[in-house]
Design a protein around this ligand. Structure first.
Ligand SMILES: NC(=O)c1ccc[n+]([C@@H]2O[C@H](COP(=O)([O-])OP(=O)(O)OC[C@H]3O[C@@H](n4cnc5c(N)ncnc54)[C@H](OP(=O)(O)O)[C@@H]3O)[C@@H](O)[C@H]2O)c1
Length: 331
């Protein structure tokens, strides 16, 4: 695919782990034309470009954001940089796909959403989970009535990440902590199936610097429906999900949002019906393809992952972080 007036020319911003992990899937999607890459360090960007056959390297992130030759950017930098980079990109007229979490707080995402709307530009958080066949399949099972009315959602994700000097996960200034890095997945899954919660309760551990190590949130909804959302930087919890309904249960094996076995236990006999859904590429292909299609259709948000959902999930994270900070022993 070549760049042109009708084909948005994309630049990748950042050359770290997620950029490496997704570049193959971007190619597989077939409708996202990566013409350039930028990083804070030109040498890193040159190396990335050479290894992945990307024609152009910008000397700096600022050069890429200011370039008239770029129509859209995929932001792959640490959380704490997302707001300012996305804001700059929108101000210079670029569509934005930004890695999760879109920003550190709900109010920052609101500001970006307003800016994108005012400029008529596409903006989406790269919440690939919402686009995977596994999650679509669960929604289809629910729509078909397989488990009756959904009453509860339980999902978790944790790793025992090494605490190193350089890890962004343990660095408060880079937006470290379990909730912003991992918790957004189970929280977005609960948001997808139950909507925006009316209440948030949190048990967990937060360091004095604001890095939350682990927590379980209980989210309350109308009509006594509930979700639990667990995330951890200090223990391994394979990412599973359980959806409880009035007539059955769906259990999604790890990694629930990427794909794998889905077990559906329906009334009256609750015998497991197991389906395994395919994973395309590393799992990100459906999201990239959907973004390419949305841009081609002139959309400014993707209906499957609208900004309202990103903002609602970050509002849950805001409140959970506030509760964990308030509960932290001061002695
Ligand atoms: N969707 C997923 O499955 C998934 C998985 C992992 C991570 N992520 C998300 O992707 C983002 C990046 O995570 P990562 O694991 O790829 O991080 P990483 O490996 O540390 O890479 C970060 C990249 O950003 C650049 N960078 C660092 N600070 C920057 C700044 N202030 N401004 C501009 N560029 C900066 C770094 O390169 P230079 O130093 O050369 O500039 C590096 O290329 C995070 O928000 C994370 O949540 C998503």
């Amino acid at each position: 695919m070549t760049g042109g007036a009708a084909t948005p020319r994309w630049a990748i911003i950042g050359t770290g782990a997620i950029a490496e992990q997704t570049i193959g899937d971007i190619r597989l999607a077939g409708n996202i034309d990566i013409v350039a890459v930028a990083s804070r360090t030109a040498a890193t960007a040159e190396d990335f470009a050479a290894r992945h056959g990307i024609p152009r390297v910008f000397a700096s992130v600022e050069d890429a954001l200011g370039s008239a030759d770029i129509d859209a950017v995929y932001i792959c930098t640490p959380h704490s940089s997302h707001f300012e980079l996305a804001r700059q990109a929108l101000l210079t007229g670029k569509h934005v796909l930004c890695e999760k979490p879109l920003t550190l707080t709900a109010s920052q995402s609101r500001e970006l959403a307003d800016l994108a709307a005012a400029r008529g530009l596409f903006l989406m958080e790269a919440m690939w989970m919402k686009f995977t066949p596994a999650v679509l399949q669960v929604q289809e099972l629910i729509r078909s009535g397989a488990i009756g009315e959904v009453r509860s959602v339980e999902s978790s994700m944790g790793y025992n990440f090494p605490r190193t000097e350089t890890s962004r996960l343990w660095n408060a200034e880079l937006g470290g902590g379990a909730l912003l890095d991992l918790g957004v997945y189970p929280a977005a899954f609960a948001q997808l199936l139950l909507g925006t919660p009316l209440s948030v309760a949190a048990h967990g551990v937060m360091q004095a610097d604001g890095v939350d190590l682990r927590s379980t949130l209980t989210l309350g909804y109308s009509d006594d429906r509930f979700a639990t959302v667990t995330s951890s930087l200090t223990e391994v919890i394979m990412a599973f999900a359980v959806v409880g309904g009035t007539a059955g249960t769906i259990v999604m094996d790890p990694t629930f949002f990427a794909g794998g076995a889905i077990h559906c236990y329906s009334a009256p006999d609750y015998t497991a019906q197991t389906t395994t859904v395919p994973i395309e590429g590393a799992g990100y292909v459906p999201m990239f393809r959907a973004v390419g299609e949305a841009l081609a259709a002139g959309l400014t948000e993707h209906p499957r992952h609208p900004l309202a959902d990103t903002i609602a999930v970050l509002a849950v994270v805001d409140e959970a972080r506030r509760l964990l900070a308030a509960a932290r022993p001061t002695a």
